[in-house]
Design a protein. Structure first.
Length: 243
């Protein structure tokens, strides 16, 4: 694993955006796996700036997002489709038909998961997957579990994730209880993984994920077995790593 230690969130965002835009510059029809959450917002801002400056062209690129809440319309302001439109996709020259998020309102969620997995395979897999990490080590909505989920699937959110996300809803009761997520196997099949983290509150989980045992109780720990992972994190988030 390659570790890029930055002094700040802004620098983390700039380095991560540079890696993603370099991927697209080198391979214009790259399939980028994208993530939601507060951590990637700065990365997306820098990607938008790079495209506005003419440094990258997304017109042949494809995006596939990690996950989506079950039951939220794409126009719901807490849906991950909405997040992606507001924070990145509306502001770059990507073709709308090349952007994908699991459909949380599909009539049959299991069929939607199978469709999404086949869609990714149909593109030849993911060239670079961007990830954040949850406080419990989740990646996408792959929560601590007794086994690693192989493919895109439906999950029930843990109380810890409901609590972490309730700030975005009127109350905890409004947080959807289910979501669709790429599996750990889907993520591990990406050719490259780029994981970003910022702030002291991520220090404990980062060291458990990357300096501790590989276990489905810390889903991100499986990335220790991925052959091409880059971790871009600020010094506060890396506080538990050997200096
Ligand atoms: P955050 O979420 O970026 O808002 O910290 C990360 C995650 O839950 O994957």
């Amino acid at each position: 694993m390659k570790i890029i230690r930055t002094a700040s969130y802004e620098e983390m965002s700039g380095r991560a955006a540079g890696i993603l835009t370099a991927q697209v510059a080198l391979k214009p029809n790259s399939v980028l796996g994208l993530a939601t959450g507060s951590t990637p917002i700065g990365t997306y801002k820098q990607m938008i700036a790079a495209q506005k400056a003419g440094l990258v062209d997304f017109s042949a690129a494809v995006t596939v997002n990690l996950d989506e809440y079950a039951g939220l319309e794409p126009t719901h302001d807490q849906s991950y489709r909405w997040f992606m439109q507001q924070n990145l996709l509306n502001h770059i020259n990507i073709l709308p038909q090349n952007t994908h998020v699991p459909q949380g309102t599909a009539a049959n969620l299991d069929e939607e998961c199978a469709r999404y997995e086949a869609l990714i395979a149909g593109y030849g897999g993911i060239d670079m997957q961007l990830l954040g990490i949850g406080h419990n080590g989740h990646i996408g909505f792959n929560e601590p579990d007794d086994c690693f989920a192989p493919i895109t699937h439906k999950v029930s959110l843990t109380q810890s994730t409901i609590n972490a996300n309730k700030r975005f809803f009127e109350s905890a009761d409004d947080v959807p209880r289910q979501a669709l997520t790429m599996g750990i196997g889907t993520i591990m099949a990406a050719k490259k993984v780029l994981i970003i983290a910022s702030g002291a509150e991520k220090a404990d989980i980062l060291s458990r994920a990357f300096c501790g045992p590989v276990t489905p109780q810390v889903p991100a720990s499986i990335l220790q077995f991925h052959p091409d992972v880059t971790l871009v994190a600020d010094a506060d988030a890396l506080a538990g790593f050997p200096q």
